[in-house]
Design a protein around this ligand. Structure first.
Ligand SMILES: Cc1ncc(COP(=O)(O)O)c(C=O)c1O
Length: 408
């Protein structure tokens, strides 16, 4: 296994050579990542050469439509699903909202949905609102100390009334990676479908969703080095069962059934740049040829190994500090490099202090109000979140650790 060539990686992100960003280390990646060069190139090519209504026979339009199809086909292949099982919507929040409307129509009063109090509100609130239509909402609760979800607790909540189990691949403040395959198997054995919010996980390597097993898997491309799109995998069996939410004459196309908004053509097309980036990384590191899923898995592993190595010292530096509460596990191998710290003062003010040290980070609730509340965090003070990805350099980590030493 080769190690990630960080210079090559960073050369693919114009932000790292942008003069106005020099000297500033970016640690709000869980909010939204920098954009890779292939995505920027495709967006700019689309807007200059193809910005016409796609799928007509003239050249500019044909190329526009082909590029949108290419994006879906190549990303679906990396994710290990069929091309029409992937759809693009404006955002993950919008995508779950539409899905919840479909479940609202499909479910009967008295049937149940399980949600967690570990999720970002996007995979929680839209489902909870179905209570207004007589759907029973059951909450799978985290351990208030560790923030962990225990699969054994899920088993106690399941029965024949449950139609859907929603949970995150990892939380955007707790960071611990949930065992999706194990949880999905438990839910499926009870006859329930599964919806996984992968927004906080996918930036750290696209998963093979086909292998993982959930019926729905969501992530946001603006956090995975791409444009501002919500990516949504809906496996065929569920997608064909749920009522169509798009125009009635589009309902035969699986990828159109849950995206009623007209697509943002340029951004959908530019999503192919994320596949370009995976391919570039795989080729540069002598990864497998051919099979996109294998290439995705290879790149995922490259990213993961690097992130774990960079993360452990960060966790070690904060876990025993006075007046700092590390949210979630201090074992880097079990979590994403999204590190939230509860302090005994305003985290927004601490984030402002970090600016003096060239650190771009933020304090607040990050729309993870429920998990922070459940863990007893004072929401007025919020958490300071420092999040990074595979492209973060050792120097930036050192800069962060020095800055935390100075401000905490
Ligand atoms: C874990 C998680 N889920 C969902 C979302 C919502 O994604 P979007 O901004 O695409 O609606 C976010 C955004 O921060 C998130 O962190």
């Amino acid at each position: 296994m080769s190690t990630l060539d960080i210079n090559f990686v960073r050369s693919q992100f114009p932000a790292f050579s942008e003069p106005s960003l020099q000297g500033q280390a970016f640690f709000e990646n869980a909010g939204g990542s920098y954009t890779c060069q292939p995505v920027i190139d495709r967006l700019s090519r689309y807007y200059t050469q193809r910005k016409v209504q796609p799928y007509a026979p003239y050249d500019a339009s044909r190329l526009a439509g082909e590029e949108m199809d290419e994006a879906r086909a190549r990303m679906a292949a990396i994710l290990g699903v069929d091309t029409d099982e992937l759809s693009f919507g404006p955002s993950t929040t919008q995508n779950t909202y539409v899905l919840a409307q479909a479940f609202r129509q499909w479910m009967q009063p008295g049937e149940a949905i399980i949600v967690t109090n570990q999720d970002h509100e996007a995979n929680s609130g839209p489902w909870r609102r179905l209570a207004e239509d007589g759907i029973e909402i059951r909450e799978w609760q985290i351990d208030p100390e560790t923030g962990s979800l225990n699969p054994a607790d899920l088993e106690n909540l399941l029965d024949e009334k449950v139609r859907l189990v929603c949970f995150p691949h990892c939380s955007n403040v707790i960071g611990e990676i949930n065992p999706v395959t194990e949880i999905t198997a438990i839910a499926h054995a009870a006859g329930a479908f599964v919806c996984v919010d992968g927004v906080s996980y996918a930036p750290h390597g696209f998963p093979n969703v086909g292998d993982l097993g959930p019926d729905i898997y969501l992530f946001s491309a603006y956090k995975t080095y791409g444009p501002h799109q919500g990516c949504m995998v809906i496996r065929r069996a569920l997608g064909e069962l749920l009522p169509n939410q798009g125009h009635f004459f589009n309902g035969d196309d699986l990828y159109r059934r849950f995206t009623p908004a007209g697509p943002d053509h340029a951004q959908v097309a530019a999503c192919a740049g994320m596949a370009d980036y995976v391919d570039m990384l795989s080729d540069h590191h002598n990864g497998p040829q051919g099979d996109p899923t294998a290439r995705g898995a290879f790149v995922h592993e490259l990213m993961r190994v690097r992130e774990i190595a960079l993360l452990q010292p960060v966790l070690d530096a904060v876990k025993d500090r006075n007046a700092v509460r590390l949210i979630g596990t201090s074992d880097a191998a079990r979590r994403a490099p999204t590190v939230a710290l509860a302090l005994n003062r305003s985290t927004a003010a601490v984030a402002a202090d970090l600016v003096e040290h060239g650190i771009m980070a933020e304090g607040g609730d990050f729309y993870a109000v429920r998990p922070l509340q459940a863990m007893g965090v004072d929401l007025k003070q919020g958490v300071l979140r420092v999040s990074f990805t595979h492209y973060t350099s050792q120097q930036e980590i050192d800069q962060l650790l020095n800055a935390l030493d100075a401000v905490l």
